[in-house]
Design a protein around this ligand. Sequence first.
Ligand code: AMP
Ligand code: ZN
Length: 487
Amino acid sequence: MALKVFNTETRALSPFEPLEDGKARIYACGPTIYDHAHIGNFRTFLFFDVVHRHLEWSGYNVRFVMNLTDVDDKTIGGAVKAGSSVAEFTRPFGEAFLADCNTLGMLPADSYPRATQYITQMVDFVVRLIANGHAYVADDGAVYFSVASFPRYGRLKGIDTSTLKVGARVSQDEYEKEDARDFALWKPAAEADEKAMAAWDSPWGRGRPGWHLECSVMSLTELGDTLDLHLGGEDLVFPHHENEIAQSEAATGKLFVRNWLHVKHLQVEGRKMSKSLGNFVTVRQLLEEGYDPASIRHQLVSAHYRSDLNFTRDGLDASRSAVQRLVNFESRLEAVPVGDGEPSGLRDVSAETLAAFRAAMDNDFNTADAMAALFGLVNRVNALLDARPRVPAEDVASVRDALSSMDRVLGLLEVAKASRSVDASLASWVEERIQARADARKRKDFAAADAIRGELTARGIVLEDGAGGTRWKVLGPAAAASGAAPK
Ligand code: AMP
Ligand code: ZN
């Protein structure tokens, strides 16, 4: 069965047919880097990763681009408050985001464009839209897209745009728009924009791009006029993606996106995640609570992306057990006694599992069914091994191959092993430092001993001296995020 995807635009499952055979051009709307990404964002981003991995696993040559939004109202507001430029203000959040992606096992994107790097292309794009009659300049220097000039507007959301206020001239005091539906491509620079160094020269005076324009220009520049897949969370369908379609197609005259995929929002402990409800959870907080990255990844990819998913601590505990079952299973396969004898049936089980796994993933990336196939393999093989003292080596190898093949898509064992190997090298480094500190104290070189404690604290490690010696624990993600222990 070939891959089928659910396209938001057609509201139907259809075969995935890229523009060019064997190639997949993917653009994903990434985070706005004014704060740390939360686990809701990561439900969406890990779905992007599953798409990326499944297409590579299926043999496509994938080009995957995910933007980092560094110019918008939130980043500008944050920069002004911090007294810095948007570039400086967003840098640490961008870095933290990429570190979280790495911790959760996301394959790196081919490119992570930021709006600040594409201003020239954005200005050129607006010039083009004005020249072909799809945009106009208002008296205050703003440039608007004319929705009336694009009759296909509304097709992604499935709305009849005539139900929106058409042609009504909007209050001249508030807007300089000709039509209530029109949206800004370019905004005149406000005082805050100048303060945050988020204002640039343009033929219409100082100003900055609108958020919708940013994604159109970065995706077209990075991937060409037509994308095979455009991904995002469900809240982006309207107006963000609707506006992207209008601008892009008005500029190029070509179909912008062949398939739109949108991820349902994550709930946390049964409720919408929000700062005011106090259930706003980041990956870093969960790591500090002692959860490991593979459990987080498991829980966030365990449901089909268009189904509800409710994130709970209990669910995370269940995910931890599920990942542990996989780790134990892999170890058992390494240690199983092999020998000649009757075929065990394991090869058939492996082939059936791989077929079921592929069918699930090809059915609009159904990770829930794919995981059921994976854990079905664990159950069936464990039962077969329990019943036989020895099995042929090739039979065991077929199971190992099936397991590692599926993990190239789901990435659970991969992340579990990566976080453990960091732990192992970190642990030996910490033990060595603790010994050096004990030696320094014996020599009464307390300055050296304190320096070593400081070095450990800087990496998120706290020491507790007790009667039985010094114990240690990792308080924050600093040590894990920084990778292996320093030499
Ligand atoms: P933002 O950083 O707000 O621009 O959001 C980045 C991505 O995360 C977008 O694709 C959003 O649609 C998505 N997103 C935001 N909240 C959630 C949530 N609770 N569950 C899943 N995805 C989300
Ligand atoms: Zn976007």
